[in-house]
Design a protein around this ligand. Structure first.
Ligand SMILES: [Zn+2]
Ligand SMILES: [Zn+2]
Length: 173
């Protein structure tokens, strides 16, 4: 079981993906920016997929929640175009389309074996399968999701227990 975070503090071990010579085949998944000038592809199963409520993700996407997919860097490639990078903190770069502005990638030197991408940038976002919510201690009070996934106060790493399963219950008054 891998630890769950997107913020680069996990001791993440990559899934075994030794087939460097293998062509991107039927198991590959593609995504793109809004204007289509950047297209990417990854092969195999993600390390994890989760919803993050933290403020830096909110700032980076101007949205109340961000759904991340972590994939091994070796399994990921841009197949059309290339992003511009914003260095949001030391060792962290965020890739985006310089034409349309779509955020595309998150990379952190502390977890150089991984690249994090936005689930909703996939050509078919139905493919994404989030397993939990993280940083719900920063969740906006006017936003809630109805799924029954576990919610972690910060991350799910180091065996952290979820603070809740499913959405906040509406107070009856
Ligand atoms: Zn674009
Ligand atoms: Zn976040």
């Amino acid at each position: 079981m891998t630890s769950l975070t997107h913020d680069g503090q996990s001791a993440q071990s990559n899934s075994p993906l030794q087939e460097q010579g293998a062509a991107m085949d039927a198991t590959s998944v593609s995504g793109k920016c809004l204007c289509g000038s950047i297209v990417f592809q990854y092969t195999g199963e993600p390390n994890w997929t989760l919803h993050c409520h933290c403020e830096s993700c909110r700032r980076a996407t101007s949205s109340p929640i961000t759904t991340w997919i972590s994939v091994p860097r070796s399994a990921f490639a841009f197949t059309k175009g290339a992003p511009r990078y914003f260095h949001s903190s030391p060792g962290v770069r965020r890739g985006f389309c310089k034409n349309c502005g779509s955020p595309l990638t998150y990379e952190n030197e502390r977890i150089e074996g991984e690249i994090h991408i936005y689930a909703v940038s996939l050509l078919d976002a139905n493919y994404a399968s989030p397993s939990c919510h993280v940083f719900v201690n920063e969740q906006l009070p006017w936003f809630e999701a109805l799924d029954d996934l576990p919610r972690f106060a910060t991350t799910g790493r180091d065996g952290a227990s979820p603070i809740r399963i499913g959405p906040k219950k509406k107070k009856l008054d």
